[in-house]
Design a binder for this molecule. Structure first.
Ligand SMILES: Nc1nc2c(c(=O)[nH]1)N[C@H]1C(S)=C(S)[C@@H](COP(=O)(O)O)O[C@H]1N2
Ligand SMILES: [Mo]
Length: 425
């Protein structure tokens, strides 16, 4: 099946190789994987592929992450390998929708720079009426009825670091705190509409969107091919968008330009960026992203693990630095956000004494499915010392955040109440 080729931005990668990023703690295997993905291994002197013995001091306030195009100021982002996590305190006062310049980036490889003029979406497979692939240009998609909606994109591994720091469990994967989430206003065309025009038949059961970013090579050198994850037809026909706008602007490069899949409420991996083709199949489909990854594995999940992950779980975060200093005997307004992939958040309880007593926070947004609510509560700490703040959300399904999350080996779907330390000084 022919598909358009991605244009990998080699110039940027070379700049990165020559620049400061190696001092930012990028693991050697990440570097090698990126080089392999870009087909550049031969072009780089071996000295460059060896981390420096002593990390150079950072000279400015904007770090770089390999393969991310937009600026990543230190006040807004924590770099984690090829990914950038949003710092929650930087969301205070930014409004309901996460500004694009604050929105987290999760890249398996690197952001490809694609030309919207020549980009095409190819829809193909034995779930369609005709054997020939059907192509759509961006202009053609934009001429179809447009739909807009607000929804978050959240990584299934968001909160993963708390398995270790709160529960003493070792799990694999990017050590996110709570900032692997952003909420945007998306505009696009319903996937259902595109599938219908492509000749969807009753035979179809799964669709498989695939990204145009480089093939993903794991740390041990296994090439898993392009990032792709099957989606059951029932979800594909429900509320999934092929989005070409984010917060009123064309999709930015790092978030899937020119078109990404947007699967409201589901694990972020379902929302394939830089989509180039969609297979429509008359039988269930598999890729490493619904077999080896994005299932719950481990002692609590015998018989090969859970089904492929779908909805995100419940979480809450304070818009406050870890170990923030707060002045004693002064009125504090604590603000934060809570969200759930299963339903809107209807209630948030906050504790400022490590969970002994709780009070209800004020909610500043109506519960919204696949969205978050902003909340606040006032606190006047009297005595200096270390305090543990907790926020616990309840959603429309009646579920509340538990005290602990049953562990799984890859650290997905952490939903326990996070214990947030602050110092009253
Ligand atoms: N093609 C492609 N799509 C992708 C990914 C990727 O690496 N390549 N990462 C996925 C994951 S794991 C997440 S959490 C979201 C992140 O979206 P964002 O970078 O726009 O925040 O994109 C998903 N879509
Ligand atoms: Mo993710």
């Amino acid at each position: 099946m022919p598909h358009p080729e991605s244009t990998y931005d080699r110039r940027r990668l070379r700049q990165w190789l020559a620049g400061e990023a190696r001092a930012d703690g990028v693991a050697r295997r990440d570097l090698l994987r990126l080089l392999a993905a870009a087909g550049l291994t031969a072009a780089v002197p071996t000295a460059l592929a060896t981390p420096p013995a002593v990390a150079a001091p950072r000279t400015n306030a904007t770090a770089t992450a390999p393969g991310i195009v937009k600026p990543l100021p230190d006040e807004w982002f924590t770099i984690r390998g090829t990914n950038a996590e949003t710092k929650f305190p930087s969301l205070a006062g930014t409004g309901y929708h996460t500004p694009v310049d604050h929105f987290f980036v999760r890249n398996h490889t690197a952001t490809p720079v694609l030309d919207a003029e020549t980009w095409k979406l190819t829809v193909w497979g034995d779930g369609l009426a005709h054997p020939e692939p059907v192509e759509f240009t961006l202009d053609e998609l934009k001429r179809l009825p447009a739909t807009s909606r607000t929804a978050f994109v959240e990584c299934a591994g968001n909160g993963r670091s708390f398995f270790a720091t709160q529960q003493g469990q070792t799990v694999s994967g990017t050590a996110w705190t709570l900032g692997a989430i952003g909420t945007a206003h998306w505009k696009g065309v319903r996937l259902a509409e595109v599938l219908r025009r492509a000749g969807l038949t009753q035979r179809a059961v799964d669709v498989l969107p695939r990204g145009l970013d480089a093939e993903y090579v794991t740390a041990d050198g296994t090439n898993l091919g392009r990032v792709r994850r099957p989606l059951p037809l029932s979800k594909a026909l429900d509320d999934v968008l092929l989005a070409y706008e984010m917060n009123g602007e064309p999709l930015p490069a790092d978030h899937g330009h020119p078109v990404r899949v947007l699967v409201p409420g589901w694990v972020g991996i379902a929302s394939i960026k830089w989509v180039g083709d969609i297979e429509v199949a008359a039988q269930p489909l598999y890729s490493p992203w619904n077999t080896d990854f994005y299932r719950l594995l481990g002692d609590a999940y015998p018989d090969g693990g859970s089904a492929p992950l779908t909805h995100q779980t419940l979480k809450s975060a304070f818009e406050l630095a870890w170990n923030a200093d707060l002045p004693a005997a002064t009125d504090q307004r604590l603000t934060g956000r809570s969200w759930s992939g299963a339903g809107g958040v209807v209630r948030v309880d906050v504790s400022t004494d490590g969970g002994t007593t709780w009070r209800r926070a004020r909610l500043h947004d109506a519960p919204r499915r696949a969205g978050w609510v902003r909340w606040s509560t006032d606190w006047r700490p009297t005595t200096p010392g270390t305090y543990t703040l907790l926020a616990r959300a309840t959603d429309t399904t009646g579920r509340s955040q538990p005290e602990t999350t049953v562990p799984n080996t890859q650290g997905y779907l952490f939903d326990a109440v996070v214990r947030h330390p602050v110092q009253v000084v």
